[in-house]
Every structure is written in C-alpha cells, then in structure tokens.
Design a protein. Structure first.
Length: 248
C-alpha cells in the first residue's frame, strides 16, 4: 500500500513560477506510477489530488466527481494532469490506483501558509489579521477527517480505480471562519477584510473560484466514510493546539 501525498502546494506562488510545479506534481506522480508498475504492480496506490482541479464551476452547488475539471491556477493544472494520469494508468496499465480530491484542510501546527493556521497564529500573537478573499465559500475539513478518508480508501478493495471527493459538508465564507476564530481565540486586534497581508504573493482576483464545495456522497456510499468533526469542534481543537505550541 503506497500513499502518494507529496506535492508542491502553495497555489499563490504557482502564478509567478509555475515550472517547479510541473516537475514536482505532474512528473513526480508519473515517475511514481511507473515505479510502482515496474517494481510491484500488485501494490495499491492512494493518490492525493485536490478540490482545486474543479476550479470555476457554475451554479453554486456541491461539485460531483463527474463535473468538468476547470483548473484555475498553474498549481491546479499540474494536479489535474497528475490526477488524470493515474486514471489513465488504471485503465491502460492496470494500475491499482485510487484518487482522492479533498477540500481545504486544517489542523496543523508550525505551518502558517494555510488560511486557518495563518489566522489563528496572527490572532494568538495579537497581530493584524488579513482576510484577502472574504466572500469565497469553502468547506474546511479537520485533519483527522482528512486522514480517515485515506484510511477508508486503503481498507476497501472497492476503492481501486475510483475517484472520490472528500469534504465534510459545512460550507462557510472565509470571513465567517475569521469571525469564528476571533471568538475562539479571544482576539481583540484588527481584522482587515478584503486585503492580503503586505508583501503577500497575490492571487489574481479573476482566479479565485467564489464557490468550491464538494459533494462527498460517493465516498460515503462506497466506503462508509463520514466526517467526525464539526467546523466548530475542529477549529476549537486547532486553536488549543496552537496555544499549547506557543506556551512551549
């Protein structure tokens, strides 16, 4: 059983320097696929794709796995290419691959390059907090629910050759996430809505999909996966984790 979770992930940096993303995300995945096929073709390969492959979608409805992929960044294009390569290899080379497309996750410490962790770190340190895309709707997923989806796929032969969205079903705007974290952290500082931090690499406004929420009914029905953590519970746990790290 092989879990392929490696990738170059900062979306915002891919606009100015896309070439490393081609190498790491697409070529890296293709290399791994063929290494598996050559060295142990009976191995299962669980591959991390991303909700970003869907990009712009119309209708403001949860996105299904059979939706047209419409990536909206160089990063997302490289992940789509890797996603599609695994699916091709399943059919052509009989790879035993499974592709998971998770929504944005949170629950890390020591890493501020992701929205929830950035906001928590700024609020707990009393610094000004910037929310650059306040109206964008996302479906943030706690890390343990993210991991449990990979475990569910690994534990089920039914997952071979399939593609699964992984999303908890709690759509919320970025501004609402910041508001909840203000309460959970006891933050009294300034929240700047609609602006990125000074010096922050800018994502073109035309790039940012306004609504990126996934339909996870396939993984629920096929594998019995369900999220355990509500957004409120997951955010509270993450805030407490950061408080413990800061005390150290």
């Amino acid at each position: 059983m092989i879990f392929h979770l490696g990738a170059l992930t900062p979306v915002r940096l891919s606009f100015d320097d896309p070439y490393p993303y081609f190498t790491a995300n697409f070529e890296g995945t293709a290399n791994l696929v063929h290494a598996v096929l050559k060295e142990n073709p009976n191995s299962r390969l669980i591959v991390a794709s991303t909700a970003e492959v869907y990009g712009w979608q119309e209708g403001g409805r949860p996105i299904r796995e059979d939706s047209v992929l419409n990536p909206a960044s160089p990063y997302a294009v490289t992940k789509m290419a890797a996603d599609q390569y695994v699916q091709m290899a399943n059919r052509i080379y009989h790879l035993k691959g499974t592709v998971l497309r998770p929504i944005n996750s949170y629950g890390r410490t020591g890493e501020t390059g992701f929205f929830v962790e950035y906001v928590i770190s700024k609020m707990l340190s009393g610094e000004t907090c910037y929310v650059g895309a306040p109206d964008s709707v996302r479906d943030y997923m706690f890390a343990e629910d993210h991991v449990s989806a990979y475990v569910a796929a690994a534990n089920s032969p039914k997952a071979v050759g399939k593609v699964y969205n992984v999303s908890p079903g709690n759509p919320v705007t970025n501004a609402e996430v910041a508001e909840r974290l203000t309460s959970l952290t006891g933050y009294k500082g300034k929240v700047v809505i609609g602006s990125y931090p000074p010096g922050y690499p800018q994502r073109p406004k035309s790039q940012d999909p306004a609504y990126l929420v996934l339909d996870s009914s396939r993984i629920v029905n096929d594998l019995g996966w369900r999220p355990k953590y509500s957004l409120e519970d997951g955010l509270k746990i993450t805030v407490d984790m950061w408080k413990s790290e800061i005390k150290r």
